[in-house]
Design a protein around this ligand. Structure first.
Ligand code: HGY
Ligand code: MN
Ligand code: MN
Length: 426
């Protein structure tokens, strides 16, 4: 038995033109010239400008807007009753090569749901909430999903405010600087349920010609920053036998990470995304190499095995090169399983709306994986053209955006009408 969709408003549909206009208006902030993408790293001026625009839209829709101490913003639409809202949301911070849909869709589709209900004169049985969480990407300040992690009580606010970013800035002062160090209490009260719509960011839905993903889980994530220290020396005069070259160790580690992922097989992935050499000059054997390794797997035991094998290789290679190694864990989240009742509802809603749908895990991290700690949670995926994301060329067709947003609308209406997710007849 599942929570069935709300038949009363079965014909209600979102306005895709309005949604795409908002996506375009938000993407214009931090726009990456010559592309459809945008760059709004967390807590930068561009992020502030994006936040201000979305908060303005929330006020225009009559939502009650709150900001908490880590800068999470929640807009609430009153329901026929009080109590915990059915919440949707995601993030509006981006990576440096961001697309216009990653995160932004989850927030703006939520505003579209609200505007659709307002236009139809519908008051939901429970309050609805639209949220954007701070620093989901973790690209400037690690870990990723920082705002939603603090929101659910997974990290004390004080610890989060002390985090130093890749540019030396700190979370706390940056929040104050952009005016988003808000008063709302943390950890937050649990919503009734949480649903996040997000572009898949991978190739699966497109390859299978499927319109909707009913996301069942999020894979485990392991981020480590590695600092290798050797001895800077002359590139021309230093015999190879006398070198202590951290650049070599970093390159060998990056190559090993690829071999490790191929050896373990899908869904294991491994990425060395950030790599800095010092002094980074053509004729100097580096003194220091700093790099990050991102390992992920749906299976926690295999992910731990991958971490151990990588660490062993790193230690042995650095030792053989006469270098020392320091590692810092930037993020470590185990795989998360979403509430099957909400996953079932997303799947049933997609089917009732006439869309093809597939149950699938998420390769990317999402705020939903944190909300799943405090309330029944699931996600709606829409296809990504060529599976591309974290790239300004990221694209999802209006038809697929519309389908996914209508699934969000009716999933939220069903959750708003359900009594504590108790299965209903039918
Ligand atoms: O890294 C991730 O999976 C997400 O984009 N923060
Ligand atoms: Mn995202
Ligand atoms: Mn992302």
């Amino acid at each position: 038995m599942t929570v069935t969709t709300n038949q009363k408003h079965a014909d209600l549909r979102i306005d895709i033109g309005r949604l795409n206009r908002r996506l375009a208006d938000l993407a214009a902030i931090g726009a990456i010239e010559g592309t459809e993408g945008c760059a709004r790293l967390a807590l930068t001026d561009e992020d502030k400008a994006g936040r201000d625009l979305v908060v303005t839209w929330m006020h225009d829709l009559g939502l009650e807007v709150t900001v908490d101490g880590i800068g999470n913003v929640v807009g609430v639409m009153a329901g026929e009753t009080d109590g915990p809202p059915v919440m949707c949301g995601s993030h509006i911070d981006t990576v440096r090569t961001g697309g216009r849909y990653d995160g932004n869709l989850g927030v703006l589709a939520g505003l579209e749901v609200v505007e659709t209900l307002l236009a139809a004169g519908i008051t939901p049985p429970r309050p609805l909430a639209v949220a954007f969480f701070t620093d989901e990407e973790g690209a400037r300040f690690a870990p990723d999903m920082l705002g939603s992690l603090v929101y659910v009580g997974g990290m004390p606010l004080e610890e989060a405010l002390d985090i130093t970013g890749i540019d030396g800035a700190q979370v706390g002062p940056e929040l104050v600087r952009i005016g988003y160090d808000g008063p709302a209490p943390l950890p937050a009260a649990a919503p009734h349920a949480f649903v996040e719509i997000h572009v898949e960011q991978g190739p699966v839905l497109e390859a299978e010609g499927t319109t909707i993903g009913a996301v069942t889980s999020v894979q485990g994530i392991s981020w480590t920053e590695v600092s290798v220290t050797g001895q800077s020396n002359h590139a021309g005069t230093t015999p190879m036998s006398m070198r202590r070259d951290p650049g070599f160790v970093a390159a060998a580690a990056a190559n090993f990470a690829r071999e490790l992922a191929l050896d373990l097989g899908a869904p294991q992935v491994a990425t060395v995304g950030r790599l800095e050499l010092f002094p980074n000059l053509v004729n100097v054997v580096p003194a220091k190499a700093t790099f990050t390794v991102d390992l992920r797997n749906t299976d926690e035991a295999v992910l731990q095995d991958a971490e151990a094998r990588f660490a062993d290789f790193l230690t042995a290679t650095a030792e053989a090169e006469g270098c020392t190694v320091e590692t810092t864990t930037l993020a470590r989240f185990e795989p998360v399983i979403f509430d099957p009742r909400v996953v079932d509802l997303v799947e049933a809603t997609a089917t009732e709306l006439g869309h093809s749908v597939k149950r699938m895990p998420s390769g990317a991290g999402h705020d939903a994986q944190m909300l799943a700690r405090i309330c029944p949670t699931a996600m709606v995926f829409t296809p990504s053209v060529d599976g591309i994301s974290h790239n300004p060329a990221e694209y999802t067709s209006p038809e697929d955006l519309e389908a996914g947003s209508n699934v969000l609308l009716h999933t939220m209406l069903a959750l708003a009408a359900a009594d504590d997710l108790t299965p209903t007849e039918g």
